[in-house]
Each structure stands twice: as structure tokens, then as C-alpha cells.
Design a protein around this ligand. Structure first.
Ligand code: AMP
Ligand code: GLY
Length: 425
């Protein structure tokens, strides 16, 4: 298989790394890639949003499978365009990608099919939305309908906060087109866990669970980020709970999408709240692998990833082999000081080889570029993913933190408490 991966973050580096190890992969390209993906895939200078150029490139290079990392090209219809050109794509069609691209679509689908999620209302009119807020009271959750780079959700502890979020979304246009409509949701209490399943349109197969840390600083303080670290499996996700998530949430969703005419093909990432009573509730769907959760799933996966993703794209997942290593995995994100606000770029990072040489450790690049002399430079907010496997989570954690100590980059920062929920500190 000749494979093209779309995207240029840590998720895509991990996908390239795992595909390069797949015996069925004979040639590997990454558009646009980063300084890390170069070690396993040929970089292609086309941005992930340039749908037509990517289709042309895939055609010219006789690509057999395109693996689409981020949500934006999926929502823009890249998988549809590739399929129309006769090229297999891993990732849902634009209409199926609405599970992430429109929160109102997702909530309505759940309501029609009895999939357990927070109660909600959808609004385009500020006064109606405000009246709903006052009927419900705080705490309450306000979400911009469309893609808002992870910033469209406000968990409001007071009605004032909720009103501000409503005004910013519906009136000030903070999220552009994504904020023409809001979903106002019941606030759910509990512990969050992420769950990943592969779906080929008709069959869903469980992958694994993970927990991530969205806040920037230790102790779940500071602003929300794309994720500062994660671990897998999540001890909270027992076999019994996984069976319930598949039967009550994932499988009904796949059946509903197929029945309504937009079969879902790709990875389905469910953000779940497990209530204090142990009930799983769907918070959100993403139509892609999580970043940085993908990195640790790829470390744990033993089966041939290329085969698995092709089986997903070709509607033959039912008999595919999905085997996992017995170890636990962790990733700690090394970010630029200032992220998720403004930060410097172009700083030299040293010590990567020494860190990567440590037992059980794998480094994935997220936002890096290569300097003229071959040095690694920072080029984004989340810059590196320091990942480790270990016989247990504590061992994995110790390995990752020992490796990060070898990296020399004064402009970087990281959380020192990744996996605190699952470990004693
Ligand atoms: P989302 O982008 O929809 O995942 O929301 C971002 C974060 O907001 C989630 O990871 C949760 O921590 C929180 N959140 C979203 N919806 C709810 C809800 N209904 N109740 C409580 N917290 C929520
Ligand atoms: N780490 C959270 C996400 O990928 O959305």
C-alpha cells in the first residue's frame, strides 16, 4: 500500500510511525508533516485544508489509502472527494463528520435514537436562549454549534458567565460561522474519559480508552488547551463499562448514521462523562483520533495499522485483527511558554536523541520545523510529545519524566502531574 497521511501534528507523526512499521505499507507520505515525520514519511508541502490539491497529489502518486488526521479537511469533504476519485480514505464523509462539525446535529441524532447525553436546547435567537438559561439555572454549558478549535465550549458556573458566552457566540461573532447557533446543555457531573472505536459504516470495533488533561497547568489550573498529556488505558474504563459504552452509545450511533443515510467510516472518538452513579453519558463526538491520545494508542497497538485502517475504509472491519500490547502508555506534552496564548517560535531544542534513547521512550514531534543545519526548532504551541510504555502506568510515567529531563529547551514547559487521577503522587 502507498499511503498518504494528512496533517502535521503529533497525532500525524504517531500515525506515520505506526504505518511505517506496518509490513503492508510500501511507501509513506505526509502532507504537510513536521520535522519528526520526515524520519518515517516523505513530506509533501500541501496544507491539510487544501482539498483539491491533496486529491490531485494522491491521484498522481497512485496512493492506495489516504489517512486523514484532523477534523477540518473531513468536515470540508476530503474523504468524499477522494472516494469520488477512486482512492480509499480513512475518515468520514462530510455529512458523517457533522457528528463533530455540528453539535446541534449530534444532539438531535442522539435525541432521535435515545443515545444517553446531556439534555439540551438549540438557539439562534439571543432572547430565546437567555430565557432558556434563566429557566434552567446554573451551572450550565454553552456551546457554539460549529468547529471552534476547541474554544467554543463554556462550562458556566454562574448565569452571568453563561450570558457572556451567549453574547460572545451569538452577537459578537467570536466564533464566526461556527457561532450562528448555540447549544445550551445540562451540566453533567462525574469523571471524563475518552473512548475510541473504529467504524466501517456498519461494524464498530472498540479500540481503547484514554484520559487527557486539557488545562495548561498542574492541578487542572489555567486555560484550556488542546491537551497537555494523556494515558491509556484509563483505569476508570473497566471491561463492563466498555461493553456498556459500545452497546448504549457507539453501536446505536453507527446504526443511526447508517439508517439516516450517512454511514460512518473512520475512528469515532467519544468524549464521555461517567456519572457518580457509574452511568456513561456522551459529552461530544470527534470524528478523528485525539491529539495527544492517538500517540499513546499507536504505542500500544500491536496489529498492523495499515491493514486496520484499510479494512475500515473498505467496510471489512468485522474480521480485522486488533491486538494490543499489555503495557500502559503515557504522553507528556512539551509546549512553548505562553501557549495557549501567544508564544515564541524558532527556538532550538536540544537533547532529543538522548531522551529518545531511554528505555521504553518514544518522541513524537507536534509543532517543530528543521533549521538549515538540521537542528530541531519550535514551530507551534504544542511542540513535542514525550511518550513512554511501561509494565504499569507508574513505570511509564517515570520513564517519560526521566526523558523530558534530558531535553534542553528553556522556552518550553510541561505539566508535572500527568495521570494524577490514576496514580498516587
Ligand atoms: P467539548 O468540546 O464538547 O468536549 O467540551 C469541552 C469540555 O467541556 C469537555 O471536555 C468537558 O470537560 C466540558 N463539558 C462539555 N459538555 C459538558 C456538560 N454537558 N457537562 C459538564 N461538562 C461539560
Ligand atoms: N485531546 C483532545 C482532542 O484531541 O480533542
Amino acid at each position: 500500500m502507498r499511503i498518504l497521511v494528512i496533517g502535521g501534528g503529533g497525532r500525524e507523526h504517531a500515525l506515520c510511525w505506526a504505518l511505517a512499521r506496518s509490513s503492508s505499507c510500501t511507501a509513506l507520505y505526509c502532507a504537510p508533516g513536521n520535522a519528526g515525520t520526515k524520519a518515517c514519511a516523505e513530506s509533501v508541502a500541501i496544507a491539510a485544508e487544501r482539498v483539491e490539491e491533496l486529491v490531485d497529489y494522491a491521484r498522481k502518486q497512485a496512493i492506495d489509502l489516504v489517512v486523514i488526521g484532523p477534523e477540518a479537511p473531513l468536515v470540508a469533504g476530503l474523504a468524499d472527494r477522494l472516494k469520488a476519485a477512486g482512492i480509499a480514505a480513512f475518515g468520514p464523509s462530510a455529512s458523517a463528520a457533522r457528528l463533530e462539525g455540528s453539535k446541534a446535529f449530534m444532539k438531535d441524532l442522539c435525541a432521535r435514537h435515545g443515545i444517553p447525553t446531556a439534555a439540551y436546547g438549540r438557539f439562534t435567537d439571543l432572547e430565546e436562549a437567555r430565557a432558556h438559561l434563566h429557566r434552567q439555572g446554573a451551572p450550565i454549558v454553552v456551546k457554539a454549534d460549529g468547529l471552534a478549535a476547541g474554544k467554543g465550549v463554556t462550562v458556566a458556573m454562574t448565569l452571568e458567565e453563561a450570558e457572556t458566552a451567549l453574547e460572545e457566540t451569538l452577537v459578537s461573532g467570536r466564533f464566526g460561522d461556527a457561532g450562528g447557533e448555540v447549544v445550551i446543555e445540562e451540566y453533567l457531573e462525574g469523571e471524563e474519559v475518552s473512548f475510541f472505536a473504529l467504524c466501517d459504516g456498519t461494524t464498530a470495533r472498540p479500540l481503547a480508552s484514554a484520559q487527557d488533561h486539557k488545562r495548561a497547568y498542574d492541578g487542572e489550573a489555567g486555560p484550556n488547551t488542546g491537551g497537555m498529556g494523556a494515558y491509556s488505558p484509563a483505569p476508570l474504563m473497566t471491561d463492563a463499562l466498555q461493553a456498556r459504552v459500545m452497546a448504549e452509545i457507539i453501536e446505536p450511533t453507527i446504526a443511526a448514521m447508517a439508517a439516516e443515510g450517512y454511514p460512518y467510516q473512520g475512528v469515532l472518538y467519544a468524549g464521555l462523562m461517567v456519572t457518580p452513579e457509574g452511568e456513561p453519558r456522551l459529552l461530544e463526538y470527534n470524528v478523528r483520533f485525539g491529539d495527544p491520545e492517538c500517540q499513546i494508542l499507536m504505542l500500544r497497538l500491536e496489529s498492523d495499522l495499515a491493514e486496520l485502517l484499510m479494512a475500515t475504509a473498505q467496510d471489512r472491519l468485522a474480521n480485522a485483527e486488533i491486538r494490543w500490547r499489555p503495557e500502559s502508555a503515557i504522553t507528556v506534552v512539551l509546549a512553548a511558554r505562553g501557549y495557549p496564548g501567544s508564544y515564541a517560535k524558532g527556538e532550538t531544542i536540544r537533547g532529543l536523541d538522548a531522551a529518545a534513547a531511554m528505555e521504553g521512550v518514544t518522541l513524537f514531534h507536534a509543532g517543530t520545523s528543521e533549521g538549515p543545519d538540521g537542528s530541531v526548532l519550535s514551530a507551534g504551541g504544542r511542540v513535542l510529545n514525550v511518550c513512554a510504555l511501561g509494565a504499569d502506568l507508574a513505570t511509564a510515567r517515570n520513564r517519560a519524566y526521566a526523558a523530558i529531563a534530558r531535553i534542553d529547551w528553556p522556552g518550553g514547559y510541561y505539566r508535572r502531574d500527568i495521570a494524577w487521577r490514576a496514580l498516587d503522587w
